[in-house]
Design a protein around this ligand. Structure first.
Ligand code: SF4
Length: 220
């Protein structure tokens, strides 16, 4: 089964979901992409709410706030010592290199932008791609744990496949368009969160069940 077929099935099932990531402020998306590492979105939302309530919305404000206070505000997202340091480092980088102006960074082409983000400490491929797709709003597909689980259960890839190979496999045949990449990622998140769960997937409810190796085994 090809990705475009999965996309169409999921879109028919869930409807047009658009971009699932809240995107009022591009810097908030960067904060969210860092906080969501090894965490759930519910816990990230609490941390983002705390930052919002304190008016911490720009790289300058992250840089100014005392480290201990920042840790406290983002505690709900887990690994808060490490994440607070990462937020400080990336804010300092954006200030020294771009005077805190994200547009200057995002003016770069997708390839250069990805390379630059990946050179920053604590930013791996998933975080970099989330920033490019949802903050810079350029068509770069994001692979997350949901996506990997769904594709491997469908029997399309080995569960040990690495990030870049899985991404190549997924995007083949999908139009390279921002709205489609955002929506397909959003649809996979919906499926992974609500139906193709890590434990006890609800295969009987799944729109992909007739095409899924794992689902067929589960249901005899
Ligand atoms: S049939 Fe089950 S295992 Fe397969 S994709 Fe759907 S929920 Fe996941």
């Amino acid at each position: 089964m090809k990705s475009i077929e999965i996309y169409n099935i999921l879109r028919n099932y869930f409807g047009a979901v658009g971009s699932w990531w809240p995107k009022e402020r591009p810097f908030e998306v960067i904060i969210g992409a860092i906080l969501t590492q090894q965490s759930t979105w519910t816990n990230v939302e609490k941390a983002l709410k705390n930052l919002n309530q304190q008016g911490i919305l720009t790289p300058f404000e992250i840089e100014e706030i005392p480290l201990e206070k920042l840790k406290e505000l983002i505690k709900s997202s887990g690994f808060f010592n490490q994440k607070a340091n990462r937020l400080k480092e990336i804010s300092e980088y954006l200030i020294t290199q771009y005077n805190g102006n994200l547009e200057l960074l995002f003016n770069k082409n997708k390839k250069e932008l990805r390379k630059e983000l990946l050179n920053l400490k604590g930013i791996g491929p998933e975080t970099a791609d989330s920033i490019i797709l949802y903050s810079a709003e350029k068509a770069e597909f994001v692979v997350d744990a949901y996506t990997k689980r769904i594709y491997s259960r469908l029997g399309l890839v080995n569960e040990k496949i690495d990030y870049e190979n899985l991404k190549e496999f997924i995007i083949e045949g999908i139009p390279e368009e921002l709205t489609i990449y955002q929506e397909y990622h959003g649809l996979l998140v919906l499926l992974g969160k609500n139906i193709c769960k890590k434990n006890n997937p609800k295969c009987m409810e799944c729109p992909l069940k007739d095409k899924c190796d794992f689902g067929k085994k589960e249901n005899g």
